[in-house]
Design a protein around this ligand. Sequence first.
Ligand code: B4P
Length: 197
Amino acid sequence: MINLILFGPPGSGKGTQAANLVQHYNLYHISTGDMFRSEIGNKTELGLLAKSYMDKGELVPDEVTVNMLRKRVEDNPQVKGFIFDGFPRTVAQAQALDAMLEDMGQPITALLELKVPAEELIVRLMNRAKTSGRADDADANVIKNRIQVYRENTAPVAEYYDQKDKTKAVHGVGEVAQITQNLIDALDAAIAESNAA
Ligand code: B4P
């Protein structure tokens, strides 16, 4: 079983690359951002709560996010593995994920971290705002807050998995297909390492 965390700041290409990796490895894709947007679209109580955080560029509280994620994992026991896209975003979420996977006897295979400079992130998200209708892409101050929240709360997750020798950095600027290949090379190396261990 492959359990991949696709990691990086907002706009680094997690959603874009997850779509390509899902096809290559035949994994089940879980994007917490997409799950929240679906709840918002259906005007559920969870959606209303999530929207109040997302529109400001803040993180949805850990407990809400972890419970939603756990349910999605438990509902799919038959899959070959998961791509976690946009989760975990805090060390508390990482610890909850590890505990969940330990119960299943399935550790994280790797955390692949997309490296993209902040100036490039802002350009990409402002461009996406033209078509996405996403409130959190449309305002430069909200984007800056998302990047700040990433630095303060989310970046420590890469260090957390680095201490377990699971983190691998991947250059995230350039052609989408080339970046996909870089991710495949890094994940294949991580799979070989875990098989040899
Ligand atoms: P997400 O949905 O995860 O939003 P994101 O980080 O903006 O998306 P992503 O990084 O996948 O976008 P991509 O680069 O593919 O989260 C949104 C919000 O939900 C968060 O701010 C938070 O409030 C909440 N949330 C989600 N998960 C949470 C959690 N675990 N805990 C708490 N809160 C949570 O795409 C960006 C753009 O770049 C696209 O237009 C794309 O076409 C373009 N692009 C991609 N690759 C490119 C390349 N190589 N070159 C040029 N452009 C590229």
